[in-house]
Design a protein around this ligand. Structure first.
Ligand code: PLP
Length: 369
């Protein structure tokens, strides 16, 4: 089996499965309990926070959530609710994940001025960050930009945006959905007041995510209840999943060179095939989006699946429907219909890339009209 759909989700590392099951079996206490079992559970929580902060290279707080969808919703409902006089403008991009785009639609309907900055097309000046910065004014409550786009891999220099935004309006909150970049890109281009993370994209378990908050960042909770996690996110902390999240962060190796080499290999193999065009540019090297002209994504996907090669037709969230994100990157509807996304993991090997290219070539011979 060759699994190349790691932007959708990943196979948990063996060390993660062990950490989760060990904690389920032996460390099932409630972190709020005052006895020793509670103290042990609380220690797992504290250690996990330290591991994630260490990887981010930031000071501040980590709130555990059920995933990045919850982290994004927490920010986009909680910041406006806690800062009603903090400004009416929200600057974002036209290629956000639906867990950012949909809450923003709601805010727009309630009167917020939501400004969406589109990415540069491949042959345009690569001035995306500057256009985001130019949209920020004294009335801007928040900037919300993703670090790495889940469909094309496009990278945003969030540190550049953060530094400039704080000079223009120190009160503007900067939020980054860092799901697809975390552990895969060096943290130096990541800077924000609020950062959304998800464990299952880095070989942790589904159902656990985090929200990084810079010191002093105030927002209204999304969930009210027993007041866990300082009252910011109620609900008994899933210590086992949290232990697995921390283990995933610890175990994710530096794949910078590996991904660059595999990406180059894939591009070189696919370039030899007639009618393959690349939709990714300025991208993280673990993600490559391309179109195989004349063969619809769904047909190619199932052809590859029969050969036990798993890729995606775009983003898993759009379930086969064109999400509109590729159009933002200048991909025609016709090419978007034939788009394939390959996303790698630390265990992806050169042989996997070669086998994929061979089967795509076979698929073209079989199906292209
Ligand atoms: N943000 C991005 C960029 C994603 O790719 C995803 C998952 O596909 C999410 C947010 C949602 O993450 P989760 O599945 O943890 O809710």
């Amino acid at each position: 089996m060759i699994y190349l759909d790691n932007s959708a989700t990943t196979r948990p590392f063996d060390s993660v499965i062990k950490a989760v099951s060990d904690n389920m079996a032996e460390n099932f206490g409630n972190a709020s309990s005052l006895h020793g079992m509670g103290v042990r559970a609380e220690k797992v929580l504290k250690d996990a926070k330290a591991v994630i902060l260490g990887k981010l290279g930031l000071d501040g707080n980590i709130i555990f959530t059920s995933g990045a969808t919850e982290s994004n919703n927490t920010v986009l409902s909680g910041i406006p609710a806690a800062h009603r006089h903090g400004g009416n403008r929200i600057v974002t991009t036209s290629f956000e994940h639906p867990s950012v785009a949909k809450p923003l639609e709601k805010l727009s309907a309630t009167g917020y001025d939501v400004v969406k900055i589109r990415p540069p097309k491949r042959d345009e000046p690569q001035d995306f960050e500057q256009r985001v910065i130019n949209a920020v004014d004294g009335n801007t409550l928040m900037v919300s930009v993703m670090w790495v786009n889940n469909e094309t891999g496009f990278i945003t220099d969030t540190a550049k945006i953060y530094n400039a935004v704080k000079r223009i309006n120190p009160k503007t909150f900067v939020h980054v959905d860092a799901v697809q970049g975390f552990c895969k890109l060096p943290a130096k281009t990541l800077r924000a007041d609020l950062i959304s993370l998800s464990a299952h994209k880095i070989h942790g378990i589904k159902g656990i995510g985090a929200l990084y908050c810079a010191k002093g960042t105030r927002f209204e909770p999304l969930l009210y209840g027993g007041g866990q996690q300082g009252g910011i996110r109620s609900g008994t902390e899933p210590i086992d999943l949290i232990a697995g999240f921390a283990e995933a962060v610890r175990s994710y190796p530096d794949c910078t060179e590996k991904y660059a080499e595999l990406n180059e290999r894939l591009i070189s193999r696919l370039s030899q095939l007639d009618g393959v065009v690349f939709n990714s540019y300025g991208n993280a090297k673990n993600i490559l989006n391309f179109s195989v002209r004349g063969v619809r994504s769904e047909i190619m996907l199932h052809f590859l699946e029969e050969r036990e090669i798993y890729v995606s037709s775009g983003s898993a969230c759009s379930k086969g429907k064109t999400s509109g994100v590729l159009a933002e990157f200048g991909v025609s509807d016709k090419d978007a219909d034939c788009a394939i996304r390959v996303s790698m993991s630390p265990s992806t090997a050169e042989n996997d890339i070669d086998a994929l290219a061979v089967e795509i070539s076979n698929g073209i011979k079989r199906f292209r009209r």
